[in-house]
Design a protein around this ligand. Sequence first.
Ligand code: SF4
Length: 542
Amino acid sequence: MPPAPRRKKGEGQWALGYFTPLNPNEQFKKDDDGLNVRRRVLDVYAQRGFDAIDPQDLRGRLRWWGLYTQRRPGIPGGQTAVLEPHELDDEYFMLRVRVDGGQLSLAQLRAIAEVSTAYGRDTADVTDRQNIQLHWIRIEDVPAIWQRLEAVGLTTEEACGDTPRVILGSPVAGVAADEILDGTPAVEEIKRRFIGDPAFSNLPRKFKTAISGSPRQDVAHEVNDVSFVGVVHPEHGPGFDVWVGGGLSTNPRIAERLGVWVPIEEVPDVWAGVCSIFRDYGYRRLRNRARLKFLMADWGAEKFRQVLEDEYLSRKLVDGPAPVPPPPHERDHIGVHQQRDGHYYIGVAPRTGRVSGAILSKVADLAASVGSDRVRLTAQQHLLVLDVPLEKVEPLVAALEALDLQARPSVFRRGTMACTGIEYCKLAIVETKGRASALMDELERRLPAFDQPLSVHLNGCPNSCARIQTADIGLKGMVVQGPDGEHEDGFQVHLGGGLGAHAGFGRKLRGLKVSAAELPDYIERVATRFDAQRSDGEAFAA
Ligand code: SF4
């Protein structure tokens, strides 16, 4: 008798009846909701200390509250893949504070600054997802930190984990003179209704959202799981075009338009529909296929829209126009810009987002001194001070410059981003932030007259926290072989990536790897050659 056909394991999609956990991550999520770890932090771990933390909480559920263990100092990048997780863990944590829409009041900025100086050895990094990350956090201090942050309306809830992460928003929402519409009410409503809702606290993996009504399309909407991009419908007026299924990392994919127009009041429901499809139909068997982009790749935009309309919204959506991509390299808000109310906002570039509690505190003092109460973070690791009166603009520019926050940076400072890297990240192979900082100094020294926009993004590993595939020059950290066969830090080069009109991923040239020491020479060569050969108006990625 022939053997009975084996039942196909499937991809672990709940909507198809596959509820049995198919990997350890799915198991721990089923065992207990990640959100519940808060109670244990408050009642047990903060009192008993690091060694009392349950391993499933330590490397799993604590993420639901923005806590990752840091990399133990001194472990070389070559060891990353061979050591067990517990050998890489330090007893300190990175704590991610979500800043939805990138919007901070000065009271919130001061709270983060105080937490940084009191509990985080004065560390603070502005990330390219508009979060602020603190380091050196002890579990014993977390209750006091949460109390301080939550008193001003901030949270670390679902800042990490298989959850709806921070919602990106245009940093100039509500103030920009050229705005199509202000997405802030949608950001706030999604956060109010769905962040911390157990209905969305067990997704197949992370779920990234971006909402921008700016014609500059300043939230990298092409590489988020779901994005709402400002457009004007010829009949219905301003609203949002919906993009689904973008993402980077090892299988990068540009999001696809569903071809629908959504008014702002319907954004939260459409968001919930898309997130529900991910929860119910998303692949849960293999972690490396558990992002929404893989489902989108299999379904396509037409089927996705149909399932969204028929199964989740019970109505048809309105067809809508595509947004017009802005010119390349006009997506950041660096410099001095007039707001629509006549005041100005000033966009400054820290070094790859790295600041400190002390600097954030000084920024708050400076903003207050010119009558501003609002600071914004950008998806390019930059920082904005809003509502500056004309007569205070230049004094404030100078005062920020004195903090090494430049409103008129070189193209190298402006376009360089770096991920956390080996300093704190357990997945890293090489150091990134310090290297990027030294690199921009060196390029400024060598090419003082170079004025073409140029994005240089550095990652410490094959993940793409600094969006290397969408940079003019993307650098993926790896171990390379030196001239004498010895192993050293280096980077795989991706050339000519970008977003907007020329959205696409940089070409990974076979064998094009540079050692860390060669980086300044290599980038100088590429930049100089491009400058000499480009035609008028040609951007790097064109
Ligand atoms: Fe860590 Fe890699 Fe992300 Fe950098 S890209 S922060 S090294 S996971």
